[in-house]
Design a protein around this ligand. Sequence first.
Ligand code: MF3
Ligand code: CO
Ligand code: CO
Length: 325
Amino acid sequence: MSQVPEVLPASNDPCWCGSGRKYKRCHKGTEGRIQPGNISPMRTVPATIGAPPYAATGVVPRLEEGRVKSPEIIERMRIAGAAAREILFEAGQIVRPGITTDEIDIFVHDLTIKMGGYPSPLNYHNYPKSVCTSVNEVICHGIPDDRVLEDGDIINLDVTIYLNGVHGDTNGSFGVGNITNGDKELIRVTEECMWYGIEAVKPGVAINEIGRAIETHAKKHKFGVVRAFIGHGIGENFHTDIQVLHYYDPRNTMILREGMTFTIEPMITASGEWRHKMWDDDWTAVTADGSRTAQFEHTMVVTDTGVDVLTAGPGAVSPSAPWSR
Ligand code: MF3
Ligand code: CO
Ligand code: CO
């Protein structure tokens, strides 16, 4: 593809790329958007690492598991959660202008194995990489490739480890070099949205209180809540049947019970857009209007009095105002 010119053609003039098609039928609206890069071959995991059942085939069986977990499973999930948290923290440290998302994938892949775990995304429904890297208008499930991060980008890293037979799933958004105040606000408010959702979690409460809390806070800032991707039950399966909507739906009335484990992972857009489009790779989801978007995620368990965040580490349980740090 040729360089994007400084002055763009009129809608009905030939496209700047040389395709011979009208500009409006070709590159109009794609300038400044993320383009798919080259994806390197799939990496392997040593046979000594305990792998989930889909690792070899890409086919995901549904293992039988209840919504309410035993204390023994919760203890294993706490260990997987702590490992996921550490990997996300370390991966966040290497985000800088000039690094490729493929290099971040190598880092996450190798660190996950070093910690004795399997990178859950790898070959999950044939997903080709060990982490999701979602840049700018990419909402989620961005595939690491040879695109170099640029100063001013924002990126979400979504890390999941399979350790001792259970998954721990957490993600966070990071600025690359110097980012705008608008992007800083988007990232800050998105993290706040996640925490407001977490603080709504208590036994006996309907699950749609989570979405209500998130949507209320996003709207206060005129931001949008992506609808198509939701939080999920988690445990021995990467995704179980619990559905955690990040917006308010009166029909979503399942009652939270002690021992339930799930994620909260709101995707918030700067423009207020909630619709998404898919790239041809069938993984990468982008905002319909090209607006930037951020995401944060934790895995948690409902306790007798509230919630315990398994991917947040000690002292971070239901903080009243984590964003005031
Ligand atoms: N970690 C993502 C989530 O929060 C799921 C990624 S699935 C993958 O649910 F296949 F894209 F890795
Ligand atoms: Co995730
Ligand atoms: Co998740």
